[in-house]
Write a protein that binds this ligand. Sequence first.
Ligand code: GDD
Length: 395
Amino acid sequence: MRIEMPKYMERVGGLRIFGVQKVLELTGGKSEGPNIGLPGIVNVSRGDLEDLESKMTIIVPVKNENPKVLEGVLSGIPHESFVIIVSNSTRNTIDHYRVEMDTVFHYYRLTRRPFIMVHQRDPVLSDALPEAGYPYLIGNDGLVRNGKGEGMVLGLLLAKAIGREYVGFIDSDNYIPGAVNEYVDIYAAAFSMANSPYIMVRICWPYKTKFVGKRFYFRRRGRVSEITNKYMNLLLARVTRFESGVIKTSNAGEHAMTLKLAERIGYAGGFSIEPYELVYMLEEYSGVKKPRFTDVVKKTLEIYQVEPRNPHIHEERSEEHIPNMLKSSLSTIYHSMLADDELRKRIENELIIRGALKPGESIPEPRRLPIIKNVDAVKILKLLESSSESFIYAE
Ligand code: GDD
């Protein structure tokens, strides 16, 4: 994969936030010959990508997606990467989760690719999580709460138990397996160019592609992400005192990190998770306070943002979904210790204009989920293996 080196970088305390880099070629050819050493370009060979991908776990959160689309997503994930599917699909008269299990298991028979699959609301988790030292995902009904963030953190705990060096996320509603494949290659390419054990890479979709009338329409980014990026950059400016537009991936569902970093950042429930990771890293590692893990600051935490070539074509949700998603997303910035009154006022106004907040109504805090560093993740895996009905571990 041939990819631009970042042209721009913001250095904030222990963080290096790189500007968006573009993929130049999906397959960059041999890393030798006349192309080698072109300034500002890096070419990661297929062999190097495959080597990194074999050290990766990919977590796929699922909620009531079309099983054919899910199978397409799996087909795009490189064979050597370990897959963890965390599903919150409904289990009523039609047991959607059972349909997913059948689909994935049939697919396994043909491909023999290793995977784990679990239902987010599995009752075994009600005991397993507190016993392992992480009760924070459990809601009032005694089960893991509904929410994308909760599913992703459960996936991270299982990835921690598996112990591979890198962990990434891929949404399950992506119609283009080739795009999925490119995202994982991008994760690997960024890991190969990094200089720290604490790395995050976030996919920056250039367009959200929709079919309008008789042709495709390429809209510049998503409705929620455009707004969240604006306020995330203003939050960053509260630390640096210089406004910048460096952050373009506040809502990136597709992102990956080293397991070492995944164990050292906090998370949030629902659709707050992706922006909250950034807020957490700014609060903890930008030098405004003494970090809990000084090694991260010493070695620096690198955040890469990469623009792929494939179009992002995913399930279009209803318009009603948008204001709530925006509120969950902006609440992470609004309630940050770095935000001041002026920024909070602007966020309130934005949410009111977008119909996500009534005047005088307060913005709920994001459901914060603590770091997973000290959790006995193997215990969760063992308890699931011994007594769960929804759990599959296929090697
Ligand atoms: N396990 C699990 N649990 N998965 C979930 C849940 C849940 O409660 N809710 C949603 N998902 C899965 C969906 O099946 C899909 O694969 C992915 O999470 C994204 O959910 P969507 O409902 O499709 O959201 P979107 O694509 O409109 O949202 C975009 O913006 C969000 C806000 O930041 C995506 O970029 C999301 O990844 C992002 O979180």
